[in-house]
Structures are given as structure tokens and as C-alpha cells.
Design a protein. Structure first.
Lengths: 636, 278
């Protein structure tokens, strides 16, 4: 007895430390959900603004519903299927057992992106409409192997004669399973179910590629929203923690309360209570979802359907790229619903388009539009439906890839430049050295470089005085060596969206940043300055296009036209911080000191002869991708 | 036993459709050059040759395996005692503790990783605490340490769950018997408990090692991009370079290597476990 007591003290310490380790980041998340500023790393004061933003965001609330629904269904299905199959397998021939086990390892082992692309192509080949069902099927597919991995070892330590004994005594196979085997392997089933739930609840990449038509889970939203650092994701996580704690509380409290009234009938009751709790949560979730769904105006929809053929617009856009009210204003004004899906990179978007997913309006970048035009995937725009086209600023007219706006209408534009901390970096160095300052060993260990082959090679090409659209292998090789030396001598940190937060909190002194992000950084941290190197840089344009397979091209035109208006463009530019395509808004933003008038990062230079845009060149892109991996892998 | 075999048929059919068919599509890409734009396929082994003949890629692959092995080893070394302590708890607290340990994994991985970045960075939580005590700053974020920490944090719950499963409901009379026969606690643990928990250890290793080899977000965010693992290479092939053929080839190479190592691990498993039973 004394021995067990002693171990239990030691156990308590170990378990306590374990919990501390697991919950330290969780506490951090909860704390920062109340942060007054945008930063995910510097706490500036208490505020509930991220909660307000979250609750105001219907897509976010809906995503909770989809996530819970899919996770619960996938867990139940995969647990039942996985357990029964594992039991069956344990009685099967060795060869079948081995074969299934090997195949089962595939989804566990493959990088998610591989499984995702496989499933994407597979569903496309079958022409299944993507959405809830495809997502659920995919989740059952990758969850079941985890259940089997948990159940199988438990089965193996089971006496194989047990089942025979049960059946000799007259049990049917089903009875033998339910009454004899299952109770013995229950811990295995439980942990399998827990892992399946975890996998489903937190899955991003596979879900992203197999879903469609506006069905999005929390992970998809979080990944696409973190684009511009959005503490609402902390608020959302905190909400989930509260919900889970609530459910756990019920599950744990009810049996205690019950045991006061009716005495111990342990396990089956516990299970029933747990089921009841899960059911209750589901009902609440569905209720919330339904309430949200009914919210949209009905009567005006009818008018919209008559006018456009359908009252739904499917928009595919980068995360965090819309004004706060621009979509709801559009919806109200035209009596329509906008289904928004987000992408993280042009290539991600392209992959989904390749699989035949249909969208009305998509907002890709210049070189990608060129590719889509070459492949005849875009509809020519009807300029009669776009009376606001003349509102475009001079700087975004006559774009090289589409001079007459035949296919594309600018949405945002900007440049790439250097943000630096004037407290620690001599402005003279930045201005005289340009991109070369990224290789100035004075600043070793204090630089952020954008982790993308195109942007990094752009910098190297420009520093070397070449065109960033070169296809000369020698020039590419030279640029690679430029970057390799930077990597080996400067110890740079390669980041993407984290650069915003990192520079706001002053983690590093020099960073390669997109102008719109730079504007945000300069707004939040007074020490930061922005410089566009004289060797030239990338001037890019993101434009609205209408897909060939758009289901609602009329409404798509209406949307594009609306985005050109002063009101919409103002809302977009004010929230996002990139340069507006609307002449009047651009002028106002760039001059009004209350907006971005004093922010040197806001207005990209225009007409500078060394500046360029990317052209579509798939072969070059692959070559740069190969080299870029080699640069980053170089020092290990 | 026919009736038992029959319940596996639906799943075998399901695997063929949902796992094997998509994998065959990936294989098709791996052995062709046409890319994802054209429909004419040309058979080639160039994608494999490109990877296997390039020292940089081989190094990346080796590093990924090393990191995964390290992660798995740490998860095992930390996870086993935790699972052991868990199994000793009374059954009522047991379930609660398991749920408490799993719950953080339900919070989005990206959000949790961002939190770790805030905790580890140069002017983050830990360094600030060190500062209060007059200690200097330690560079933690964007180091190997941060990557391993992030991986262990993410994957250790699976190890704990699996080991705990095999320890729970273990026949306690076996331990009593060992005790009666004069074994001390260490002997009883080494000769009885440990062999009996091996199947759980093996499946825990599987559940940590397999996803760790191909992990991608954690090395990217906590390693500062310099920490290139094979998961990052594959991901960038699909998502930024648009080179599905090469990406598919790399993932096939990786799959073969992992399958071999899993086969070896399970071989190891088969010997002592059956010895323990007899």
C-alpha cells in the first residue's frame, strides 16, 4: 500500500508537468485572444474586438458547425468500420492482413498534400459535386487507419480462444464480437476514436482540396485567415476550448450526479450519457447553423434570380483581402448571397480550378491570369456591363498581359520592397546598396527573406541587373549563387506571412516585404521604414476575372462593377492596406495623412523602367523552385 | 471463422476505391512528364533519377528521417512514463486525464504553432522571464530545438494514448504472480509489464514516426524555412512550383523507404511479443 502511495505522488508531478507542457500554448492563445492590437506576440492591452469580429463573421460560425458535424460523423463511422474490420482481419489469412495493413499505412504516411491531390483527382474523375459529402468520405478514409492502428495491438494481446469459446457456447459471431471481444479491447477503441476525432477536427490540406461550394471547416478558415495575422483565430480557438470544456464538464458531472440517485450501473450508463451530451451539442450546433442560415433576406432574392438567373455568386479570393463590409453591402444592395472561398497561393487556386471546380469571380495575380488566358479558361468581359471601368486609376490601365481589360479588371496592386528598422540599420546602407543589403554581413542574423522562389529570385535577378523574366540558364545560375551566398553568410530567416508580426514586434531589422504588408507594419511600428531598391522591383497586379465555367456570369459582372465603385474600393483599401485600383480612392489614400498619406509604403512607384511584372513561364518556375529548395537546404 | 472474414470485405473494397485508386493516380504522375496541363502522358523515370542523383535532395531526405527518428525517440522516452502514470490512476480520473491530454490537439495546429512562436521568440515569453531574473536571451525560435519541440508537442499525445491503451486493463494478476515468485518491482516491470505493452509501443511509434517524416508546417514555421524537410519539398512541388510529377515521385520514394522501415519495426515487434505470450 505504501508503495502505491509513493508512486502516486511521483505520478502526480509527472502528470502535472505534462499538463503544463500541453497547456502553456493554450493559455497563450487564450491570453492573446484578448489582445488590443493585431499582434500575435506582443500584448498591448485588453480588448474584446476579436470576439466581436468573430461573432460578426457568419462564415466562421458556420465553419464551427461543419467541423463538429464532420468530426463526429467521421469518428463514429471510422470507429465502427475500423473496429469491425480489425476484428475480422485478426481472423483472416496472414496475407490479407498484411496487405490491408500496408495499404492502411498509406494515408498515415503520405504527406497530406499527396493524399489530397490523389483524392482531388479521384473525385473529379468521378464528377462528384464537392462539398459536405466528399469531405466526409475523405475524413472517414484517413481516420479509419488510425482506429485500426489503435485496435489491432489490443486484439493481438487477446486470447484467440475466447471467441471460439463464446461461439461454442452458442453465441452468434455478432454476439461474440459485441459481448466478448469489444469489452476486452475497449481502451483501444476509445483511443482510436479520440485520434480519429483529432485528425478530423484539425485537418486542413485534405479538407481544402476535397471540399467546395462554400463548405469550409475551421482549419481551412484559420489557414486562409492567418494570411494577414488575424487574432480572431485566437478568439475562435478560445471559443472551441470553452465548448470542449463545457462538454467534458457535462460528461464528467452527470455520472457523479446520477450516482447519487441510482447506484452504480457503471459503464453502459456512462456511454449513454456521453452520447446524450454529444447529441445535445450537435442539436445546439445545428440550431445555431439554422438560425444563421435563415438570416438572409428572402424576398429580394427572387428579384435577383429573375435578373441574373441565380442569386448566388461564388467568389474565390486570397484570405484577408476584402473590406470589412464590402461583401455584406453588396449582398444587401443586390439581394444575393456571396459564397467565398479562400486560397493561399495562386498555385493552390490553379490546382482547384484544374480539378474542374467552378467559381464565378476569381482574383489571381498577373502571371497566373496570363496562364489562364493561354489555356482559354477565362470569359471575355462584357464592357457594357462594366460602366465603372473608367474609374480605374491610370497606373493600372494598359497592363501588359491584358491591355484592354478584355479578361481582367484590377483589384489591388503593389510592389515588393525592403522594410528596415531605422534604429538599428543605417538608412544610407539600404538606399545605396538596395537588394545587396540583404547580403551585408553587418546585419547577419537580423534579416527576414520572403520564402518564395519567385520573390527571392526576383531580388537576386534585380541585384545582378537582369530581367526577372529571364530564361537564360546562366543568369538563373548566377542568381542562384547570389542567393546561396546570402544563405550561407547571413543566416536569414525565411518567412511568409509571419513577417508582418515579426517586423511589428521588431524581431528582425531588415525584411523583404510586399508593399501592402509593409504599410501595415509601418502603421504599427514607428521605427520601420520602407525602401524600393533602385535596381528595380516587382510591380504586381491582382485582377478580377470571370471563369469560363462560371455559373452566374451576369452577377459576376455586377460584382466586378461594384468593386470598382468608390465605396467598395475605399472599404477594401482602408481595411487591407494595398494600393487601390480606383483613381479617386488611390489619390485620397496616398495623400490624406489620416489614411496612408504619411505611409511611404502605400503608393508603389509607377513607370520606373527597371520595374517589371512576372510573366507566365512554367519552365522557369520549376527551375527556380528546384534552385530555391537547394538554397534553403544548403546549410542544414 | 468465415463469418469473421466476411466483415472485412466492405473495408477491403473501400480501401481499393478510396486509398488505392487515388494512389494509382499519384503513381501515374510520378512516372510521367506531361505535367498537370496536358492529357498526353509520356512514361519516364526522370523524376526519380532527378531526386536520387542529387546530393541536396538525398541530404534533405536523410535529415527528415533523422528528425523523425529523434522525435519518435523523445516521444517514446517521455510518453512511456506519462502513460504509465496515467494507467495507475483510478479509472474515473483516468478518462478525464486522457481527454485533457487529447484536448489541446483539437485546437488548430497552426494556431498552436503560432503560440509556440510567441513563447520561444527572441522577445517572447521565455526570454522575458529569463530577463526578469537578469539572465541573457537565448535564441530558441528558428533552431533545431524549436522544430523538435514543436513536433514532440504535436505528436506525443498519440504515443501516450497508444501506450496507455496497452497498459490499461492489463491483467494485474500477472504482476501479483511475478511478485509472489520473488520478482522485485523493476524485474516485474521489465519481464511482465514492458513485454505486454510492446504492441502499444509499436503502434505509438507508427503513429508518431509516419506523420513526423512528412510533416511540413512545423519545420516551416518553427525552423524559419531553413529547416527543409522532405515534406516541405513535396509540398512546394505541388503548391508553388506546380510540378506534380516530381512531387509524386518524391512521395513514392519516401513511401517505399518508410514501408521498409515499418516492415522492419514490425518484424522486431513480432519476435518479443510472441515470446512474451508463451
Amino acid at each position: 500500500m505504501t508503495e502505491t502511495k509513493r508512486t502516486s505522488v511521483g505520478s502526480k508531478i509527472i502528470l502535472g508537468l505534462t499538463l503544463l507542457f500541453f497547456y502553456a500554448p493554450i493559455l497563450y492563445i487564450i491570453l492573446f485572444s484578448f489582445n488590443a492590437s493585431r499582434s500575435l506576440t506582443t500584448f498591448t492591452g485588453f480588448s474584446l474586438q476579436w470576439y466581436e469580429k468573430m461573432f460578426a463573421n457568419a462564415t466562421m460560425m458556420e465553419s464551427i458547425l461543419y467541423t463538429v458535424l464532420i468530426a463526429v460523423l467521421a469518428t463514429v463511422l471510422s470507429t465502427v468500420i475500423g473496429t469491425l474490420t480489425a476484428i475480422g482481419l485478426s481472423k483472416s489469412r496472414k496475407i490479407v492482413q498484411q496487405l490491408v495493413e500496408r495499404l492502411n499505412d498509406l494515408p498515415v504516411m503520405n504527406p497530406e498534400i499527396v493524399t489530397a491531390i490523389g483524392l482531388l483527382m479521384f473525385f473529379s474523375a468521378l464528377a462528384i459535386r464537392k462539398g459536405f459529402l466528399t469531405m466526409l468520405l475523405a475524413h472517414v478514409m484517413f481516420c479509419t487507419p488510425y482506429v485500426m492502428l489503435s485496435v489491432t495491438p489490443k486484439l493481438r494481446s487477446l486470447d484467440p480462444n475466447l471467441t471460439d469459446a463464446a461461439m461454442d457456447l452458442g453465441a452468434t459471431p455478432m454476439q461474440a464480437i459485441m459481448k466478448v471481444i469489444v469489452p476486452q479491447i475497449r481502451p483501444g477503441i476509445l483511443s482510436g476514436a479520440l485520434i480519429a476525432f483529432t485528425m478530423s477536427f484539425d485537418d486542413f490540406i485534405i479538407s481544402y482540396f476535397v471540399t467546395g461550394n462554400g463548405v469550409q471547416n475551421i482549419s481551412i478558415l484559420v489557414y486562409t485567415m492567418s494570411k494577414r495575422v488575424n487574432p480572431s483565430i485566437n478568439a475562435l480557438s478560445t471559443l472551441i476550448i470553452i465548448m470542449i470544456t463545457f462538454v467534458l464538464g457535462i460528461v464528467n458531472l452527470v455520472p457523479i450526479l446520477r450516482s447519487h440517485t441510482a447506484k452504480s450501473e457503471r459503464d453502459p450508463k456512462k456511454r449513454r450519457v456521453m452520447l446524450a451530451a454529444i447529441a445535445a451539442v450537435l442539436v445546439v450546433a445545428i440550431g445555431v447553423g439554422a438560425a444563421l442560415g435563415v438570416g438572409s433576406a428572402k424576398a429580394r432574392r427572387q428579384d435577383a434570380i429573375e435578373k441574373y438567373g441565380s442569386a448566388t455568386l461564388k467568389l474565390y479570393i486570397t484570405g484577408e483581402y476584402l473590406g470589412e463590409n464590402v461583401i455584406s453591402d453588396f449582398e444587401k444592395q443586390y439581394g444575393v448571397d456571396v459564397i467565398i472561398e479562400y486560397f493561399d497561393s495562386n498555385e493552390m487556386m490553379y490546382t482547384k480550378l484544374q480539378a474542374g471546380d467552378s467559381y464565378d469571380v476569381v482574383i489571381p495575380s498577373d502571371y497566373m491570369i496570363e496562364l489562364l488566358m493561354e489555356q482559354d479558361q477565362l470569359q471575355p468581359l462584357d464592357h457594357e456591363l462594366l460602366p465603372n471601368l473608367p474609374l480605374l486609376a491610370e497606373e493600372v490601365q494598359n497592363l501588359p498581359f491584358d491591355p484592354d481589360n478584355t479578361y481582367a479588371v484590377p483589384y489591388f496592386w503593389g510592389s515588393v520592397g525592403i522594410v528596415y528598422n531605422e534604429q538599428n540599420v543605417d538608412p544610407e546602407d539600404v538606399e545605396s546598396q538596395g537588394w545587396e543589403v540583404l547580403r551585408n554581413t553587418k546585419y547577419k542574423g537580423h534579416t527576414y527573406v520572403y520564402d518564395s522562389e519567385r520573390d527571392s529570385f526576383m531580388m537576386a535577378f534585380k541585384a545582378l541587373g537582369y530581367s526577372m523574366n529571364t530564361s537564360d540558364p546562366d543568369e538563373v545560375r548566377e542568381a542562384y549563387e547570389w542567393l546561396l551566398e546570402m544563405n550561407n553568410t547571413m543566416d536569414p530567416t525565411y518567412v511568409t506571412d509571419e513577417v508582418i508580426d515579426g517586423m511589428i514586434s521588431g524581431e528582425k531589422d531588415i525584411a523583404v516585404v510586399y508593399s501592402g504588408d509593409a504599410a501595415v507594419i509601418l502603421d504599427e511600428n514607428e521605427d520601420m521604414r520602407f525602401w524600393m531598391p533602385e535596381e528595380g522591383t516587382n510591380i504586381w497586379y491582382d485582377c478580377m476575372v470571370i471563369m469560363k465555367n462560371a455559373e452566374n456570369p451576369l452577377l459576376a459582372h455586377e460584382f466586378i462593377n461594384y468593386m470598382l465603385t468608390y465605396e467598395a474600393a475605399y472599404d477594401n483599401a482602408e481595411t487591407v492596406g494595398y494600393s487601390s485600383p480606383n483613381a479617386e480612392v488611390l489619390e485620397l489614400m496616398a495623400t490624406d495623412p489620416d489614411l496612408y498619406g504619411e505611409n511611404e509604403a502605400y503608393l508603389p512607384r509607377s513607370g520606373y523602367e527597371l520595374d517589371e511584372s512576372f510573366e507566365n513561364n512554367q519552365a522557369l518556375k520549376k527551375m527556380l523552385a528546384d534552385y530555391w529548395i537547394k538554397v534553403k537546404a544548403a546549410q542544414g | 471463422m468465415k463469418s469473421f472474414r466476411r466483415i472485412t470485405y466492405p473495408y477491403v473494397a473501400w480501401i481499393l476505391v478510396m486509398i488505392l485508386a487515388p494512389m494509382l493516380l499519384i503513381m501515374l504522375y510520378a512516372f510521367t512528364t506531361a505535367g498537370n496541363e496536358v492529357t498526353t502522358f509520356k512514361f519516364t523515370l526522370a523524376n526519380f533519377a532527378k531526386f536520387l542523383t542529387d546530393r541536396d535532395y538525398i541530404e534533405v531526405l536523410i535529415r527528415s528521417l533523422v528528425v523523425a527518428v529523434e522525435t519518435t525517440a523523445i516521444c517514446l522516452l517521455l510518453g512511456y512514463p506519462i502513460a504509465y502514470c496515467l494507467a495507475k490512476l483510478p479509472e474515473k480520473n483516468n478518462l478525464l486525464m486522457i481527454l485533457l491530454i487529447t484536448m489541446p490537439t483539437w485546437i488548430n495546429m497552426l494556431v498552436r504553432t503560432y503560440a509556440w512562436m510567441g513563447i520561444l521568440q527572441d522577445n517572447g515569453v521565455i526570454n522575458n522571464i529569463l530577463g526578469w531574473f537578469g539572465l541573457g536571451r537565448v535564441k530558441m525560435l528558428y533552431t533545431d530545438f524549436a522544430v523538435i519541440l514543436g513536433m514532440v508537442y504535436n505528436f506525443i499525445p498519440f504515443m501516450i494514448l497508444q501506450i496507455h491503451t496497452s497498459l490499461a486493463k492489463m491483467d494485474k494478476s500477472l504482476l501479483e504472480a511475478a511478485n509472489d515468485l520473488g520478482a522485485n518491482r523493476t524485474q516485474a516491470f521489465l519481464r511482465v509489464t514492458l513485454p505486454l505493452s510492446l504492441p502499444g509501443v509499436i503502434s505509438g511509434i507508427t503513429l508518431v514516426f509516419l506523420p513526423a517524416v512528412s510533416s511540413f508546417f512545423i519545420p516551416k514555421l518553427l525552423g524559419g524555412g531553413q529547416f527543409v524537410l522532405v515534406g516541405n519539398v513535396i509540398e512546394s512541388r505541388f503548391l508553388t512550383a506546380g510540378d506534380w510529377n516530381f512531387g509524386s515521385a518524391i512521395s513514392l520514394i519516401m513511401a517505399v523507404i518508410i514501408m521498409l522501415s515499418m516492415w522492419l519495426t514490425r518484424k522486431v515487434d513480432a519476435t518479443p511479443a510472441s515470446a512474451g505470450k508463451e
